[in-house]
Design a protein around this ligand. Sequence first.
Ligand SMILES: Cc1cc2nc3c(=O)[nH]c(=O)nc-3n(C[C@H](O)[C@H](O)[C@H](O)COP(=O)(O)O)c2cc1C
Length: 191
Amino acid sequence: MAKIAVVVGSTRDGSFNRALGALAVRALESQGAVVTDVDLASFDLPLYSAAIEADDFPADALRLKELFAAQDGLLFVSPEYNGSVSPLLKNAIDWASRPTGGESLVALNAYRGKASAVMSASVSPFGGLRGLMHLRQILSTIQTLVIPEQVLIPNAYAAFDDAGELKEALPASLVEMTAARLVAVAEALAA
Ligand SMILES: Cc1cc2nc3c(=O)[nH]c(=O)nc-3n(C[C@H](O)[C@H](O)[C@H](O)COP(=O)(O)O)c2cc1C
């Protein structure tokens, strides 16, 4: 059974990306995955700085890194901020990429050899596409295998009903398709 963490790059009440992340959690679980829904608000992560790292590696950065390392796959759901990923998410990804306990600089134990996938909900008509292009590049740089399926939810104000479900069948089916492929690739890589 694949272990997958879902990480959302917004902690805002009413966040469209949190709503999308909740649908992704359900879709992954329906594929038989053991899902950890990561709430970044529960991690006390300073803005990454090499000075902080050299002084004392933050306990919550290590906790996040170990959580990621224990997974077979990682699903990132990010708002688009000025054409890129949210700083909340980038900061979390960066902390978990750092070597600890004498590891090599390129050990990337939280990421290397894992499958990853990306999703975004945006208030714009473009659905966060530019942010996901950056996120794909980042996830490749840290040596995850990013699956080709992805989910973009444009015009997010109108995309969800009051129960948090996607109103349109096509994007809802893409959530299912992306979850299914992520579980399949994560299982294959872990075998
Ligand atoms: C600093 C900032 C930059 C933004 N830049 C973009 C952008 O480039 N493209 C876009 O589609 N939306 C942009 N937005 C709007 C976000 O899509 C919108 O705030 C969205 O609701 C954030 O996701 P959330 O609902 O999950 O919190 C930006 C918002 C902020 C605060």
